[in-house]
Ligand binder design. Structure first.
Ligand SMILES: NC(=O)c1ccc[n+]([C@@H]2O[C@H](COP(=O)([O-])OP(=O)(O)OC[C@H]3O[C@@H](n4cnc5c(N)ncnc54)[C@H](O)[C@@H]3O)[C@@H](O)[C@H]2O)c1
Length: 285
């Protein structure tokens, strides 16, 4: 801890009697995750993979929870090859039983859970007449329900163990009408991602008294496997005119998710953060 100024100096400068912090920790210590353990859902590829990468770089141990076996095995081999402590477990976030089993596995592997990143998501586009009940259920169950019940299970552990943890939820800037050229063709996606934002705010308020910081990111378009493999009904026109900014590398978003998983975010509970290079402001070049 480095002293930045004394109370006496402050009083002299301002002529007021006010209690303020006289010390501030070195920044590097705030982003050091040595000894911390994380679960990243959907960490096998795309944005999740890049979030795992940043957490591991900072010293965290990570359990990837995913359904994409081949991607997950490759990711684990990659990170272990670099000396990282990364494991994966098959987990479909639509199942509360699988969520509970994953949380138990992380505790068994690492002793405790300090960080949860609810990143797993499904993307897709369909025009209104083609929206099916099955698609709607899938969007809501993966994008909203999964995050909520993962947070419930991890928060129970954190509160029980007195862990002042971090929960980072990945929504999307698609909820902002100006941000996505496909806003009108993303009923299930937009609605489920909006639900996750409001759930994040409620979770943040419930958990802040326990020192658990819940935040929610709204990424803009990113080049990821999911973005290219996205389900698209035939009547959705491909917009080739949109110049909404797109991250060429999901790491540009992962860096912000990483910060929200560290002590940088100690006062950020409830934050909903756009990470889209101003797209949600209606930015069109
Ligand atoms: N790519 C974009 O343009 C973009 C923009 C805004 C927000 N997002 C969000 O970012 C997150 C990551 O997306 P991405 O672009 O990396 O996509 P991606 O498809 O490349 O990665 C998503 C990961 O989630 C996993 N997953 C999907 N369903 C799951 C389930 N039921 N249980 C467990 N894991 C499951 C997939 O197997 C995959 O590994 C998603 O929540 C997505 O909605 C993406």
């Amino acid at each position: 801890m480095r002293p930045i100024y004394s109370f006496e100096q402050y009083g002299k400068m301002r002529g007021v009697d006010i209690q303020i912090a006289a010390e501030t920790p070195p920044f590097a210590s705030l982003i050091d995750l040595t000894g911390k353990a994380a679960i990243v859902t959907g960490g096998a590829r795309g944005l999740g993979f890049h979030i795992v990468n940043r957490l591991v770089e900072a010293g965290a141990k990570v359990l990837i929870a995913d359904i994409a076996t081949e991607f997950a095995e490759d990711a684990v081999a990659h990170f272990q090859g670099q000396g990282g402590t990364v494991e994966w477990t098959p987990c479909d976030v639509r199942s509360t039983d699988q969520i509970k089993a994953t949380v138990a596995k992380a505790i068994e592997l690492f002793g405790q859970i300090d960080i949860l990143v609810n990143n797993a998501g499904v993307m897709g586009m369909e025009v209104l007449p083609q929206v099916t009940e099955e698609d709607w259920d899938d969007f809501v169950d993966v994008n909203a329900k999964g995050g909520v019940f993962f947070a419930q299970a991890v928060a129970a552990h954190m509160v029980d163990q007195g862990v002042k943890g971090r929960i980072v939820n990945i929504s999307s800037n698609a909820v902002m009408p100006y941000a996505s050229p496909y806003f009108g063709e993303e009923l299930g996606y937009v609605a489920s991602k909006a639900a996750l934002i409001k759930a994040s705010e409620v979770l943040a308020e419930c958990l802040a008294p326990h020192g658990i910081v819940v935040t929610c990111l709204l990424p803009g378009g990113m080049r990821s496997p999911g973005a290219f493999l996205m389900k698209r009904s035939p009547d959705v026109p491909i917009d080739t005119t949109s110049r909404a900014p797109m991250a060429m590398n999901p790491d540009e978003v992962a860096r912000v998710a990483f910060m929200m998983a560290t002590d940088v975010a100690v006062f950020a509970a409830g934050a909903v953060i756009s990470v889209d290079s101003a797209a949600s402001l209606g930015h069109r070049l």
